[in-house]
Write a protein that binds this ligand. Structure first.
Ligand code: ZN
Length: 148
């Protein structure tokens, strides 16, 4: 959702090259799954990149920070939907990559990779995903991912 991020340019792509699903935190929600089901089965999408970013409003220093920020902004005391804030970028990417990989409504041959974007530098780091523990570790990535 972050207005500083040009998602296609991050991967060396142009208008028409990819479907882009954006939301607060870049989280995998039921609507993201719905869109992936349509994209994969009707449009042939077989590669998915999950990108979360530094300085994200969903990154919480302590649990409840997002809800407090909403209240501080004059919003309701209680929002009856999951806000999906997270404490660690690599772990949140890993959680969402694992969620997509494990989604039974998607084709088996969809390749899912996860990344953390540094909004200050524009640098992209791939996240190594431990699917079983749903934990992630960032690793440096000097070049955009190659085709294939
Ligand atoms: Zn964000």
């Amino acid at each position: 959702m972050d207005a500083r991020i040009p998602p296609l340019a991050l991967f060396g792509m142009q208008l028409g090259d990819a479907h882009v699903l954006r939301n607060a935190g870049g989280r995998v929600t039921p609507d993201v799954v719905r869109s992936l089901v349509v994209s994969t089965w009707t449009m042939g999408t077989r590669r998915v990149a999950v990108v979360h970013h530094t300085a994200c409003g969903l990154l919480e220093g302590s649990p409840g920070d997002v809800a407090r920020a909403i209240r501080t902004g004059g919003g309701p005391d209680y929002v009856p939907i999951p806000l999906l804030g997270f404490a660690d970028l690599a772990d949140s990417v890993a959680e969402d990559v694992a969620a997509i990989r494990g989604e039974r409504m998607l084709p088996r041959d969809v390749a899912v990779r996860g990344y953390v974007l540094d909004v200050a530098t524009g640098g992209l780091q791939e996240v190594e995903v431990d699917e079983r523990r749903r934990r992630g570790t960032v690793r440096a990535m000097p070049e955009p991912p190659a085709e294939g």
